[in-house]
Write a protein that binds this ligand. Structure first.
Ligand SMILES: *Cc1c(COP(=O)(O)O)cnc(C)c1O
Length: 224
């Protein structure tokens, strides 16, 4: 199927989930492919590498909202701070503090999601519930003026076992709801970023407000 057709399919699906946004994950994909999705109506694109994100931002239309979805190194925050519209992958207070510092240089407030470790695999980045609690404290996230915590992000285990994926998403949603009920300074629990090409349907059923979809829109990635 063409990119435009795939976008149409997702637009139709999301009519049933009106609270949910589609982040088109365009990593490794060309400007031309991104423009095909753009012309089909998409405006939110996600990338996982700072250099690629910056290069695409420079060249592509100014009304695109660029999301950083991959692991972010502190020394690279300065390159995306001027324009990034949401960082999904904040996994330490040091990183959050650096984002705050760089955002201040540009007179911006950068929206961030805290990435929570929900998968079984050791390899996936993310905070434990305890680390998350610490970061949300008034003297941590609450004390920064140029970031705003907008919600949580999580990646489920890469498995065929749908029940396990559902369990992991459901646990993240519970945590999200719990934090929403607490009135934490500088925290607005509005976005729950979960679900990718292989598990977005489960994520939608479990309450995702942002699915991050790459290959189901653009086709398989070719890493050379
Ligand atoms: C690549 C990536 C995605 C999209 O993956 P697909 O399986 O192609 O949809 C989503 N989230 C993150 C963090 C990614 O790195």
């Amino acid at each position: 199927m063409s990119i435009a057709k795939n976008v149409e399919k997702f637009s139709d699906l999301l009519k049933e989930y009106k609270h949910c946004k589609l982040v088109a994950v365009s990593k490794t994909k060309s400007e031309q492919e991104i423009m095909e999705a753009y012309h089909a109506g998409l405006r939110i694109f996600g990338e996982n590498k700072v250099q690629e994100l910056s290069a695409k931002y420079e060249k592509l239309p100014g009304d695109i909202q660029w999301h950083m979805i991959g692991h972010l190194q502190r020394n690279k925050v300065k390159y995306i701070a001027p324009f990034v519209s949401l960082i999904h992958s904040v996994d330490s207070f040091k990183l959050l503090r650096e984002i705050d510092k760089q955002a201040a240089r540009y007179n911006r407030t950068v929206d961030c999601l805290l990435q929570v470790h929900i998968a079984e695999e050791e390899t996936k980045f993310g905070l434990s519930e305890e680390e998350l609690d610490d970061m949300l404290a008034a003297d941590q996230a609450g004390a920064l003026d140029h970031i705003r915590v907008k919600g949580l992000m999580g990646m489920a285990t890469f498995t065929e076992n749908e029940e396990q994926v559902r369990r992991e998403f459901s646990a993240l949603k519970k945590l999200f709801d719990k934090l929403k009920d607490r009135n934490l300074p500088n925290v607005a629990m509005e976005e729950l970023s979960m679900g990718m090409s292989g598990d977005y349907l489960i994520a939608l059923e479990e309450g995702s407000t942002m699915i991050r979809v790459g290959s189901a829109i653009f086709g398989q990635r070719n890493y050379n």
